[in-house]
Write a protein that binds this ligand. Sequence first.
Ligand code: DON
Length: 311
Amino acid sequence: MDDLESIKAYLPEAVRACRTHSEQGEVAAYIPELSKVPSDALGICILDRYDQYVLEGDVELPFTLQSISKVFTLILALMDHGEDAVFSKVGKEPTGDDFNSMLKLELVEPGIPFNPMINAGAIAISSLIAGSSPQEKSERVLTFFRQITRNHTIDINHDVYRSEAASAHRNRSLSYFLKDNGVLTGDVEEVLDVYFRHCSIQVTCMDVARMALLLACDGTDPATGQQLIPRRYVQIAKTFMITCGMYNASGEFAIGVGLPAKSGVSGGILTLVPGRLGIGVVGPALNNKGNSVAGVQLLETLSTRFEWSMF
Ligand code: DON
């Protein structure tokens, strides 16, 4: 059992020291609404399977899931359609390109996105969410997030949603490209609407830690023993987190921190210690790879100190 008491004793100084690293990063501004947060914020929640947790730093700061949501829309699409259908639309390989790149869609046959963690792949996944209308699909996604966070109050941040919808020129071009390649079927704007909405779901570190703990427990809710997500799909999701969850810094993160993780441009990071801990971090200042500078530093510090490992 993890000694949360020793983590708790260690955290205040670790957060204080790592917060200073925020100066080396910048808050994302390509979605204008995201820039309205304190750049030196840093918060963390660590939750164990006995429902004990520690909180430190700016844990009340709400933030939107952004790319963290991609892990769970992938899971939902897998639950809706199974592996064969999902992997006919997205690949399983890291790209080495930026998260919003369209380069390889044209260069590499068969013109499907390389993986579901990059924007093109996640948009293709959004098109697979079952439902008879974009509203129904978005409702299903939100209901799923409320279930896995055990928080029925979480909702979409409509300012962030509108801000992204109004400024998503790159995602629109990716999506029309995917439509032309036959990856997206149906109305492109409707697919994008589902995508923008799941990126705009607002959470705190505690919600993210709870989602992470569910993955750490292979899809079984540790409180009830209920299998909320099939184990196979959790394994697929965690494998993508290792290979491409931190974008082009996934290898560096795997070596420096050694845990499956997923970041978002709002500065959130979801990570987990297999079988033991769910962890949610927020630190809005990002490095040039799009990951929270202070957040990555904090996780590296903690992982080294407490000898966390995915192996
Ligand atoms: O589509 C976008 O650009 C955002 N909604 C999500 C991107 C993101 O979080 C990339 N993460 N580092």
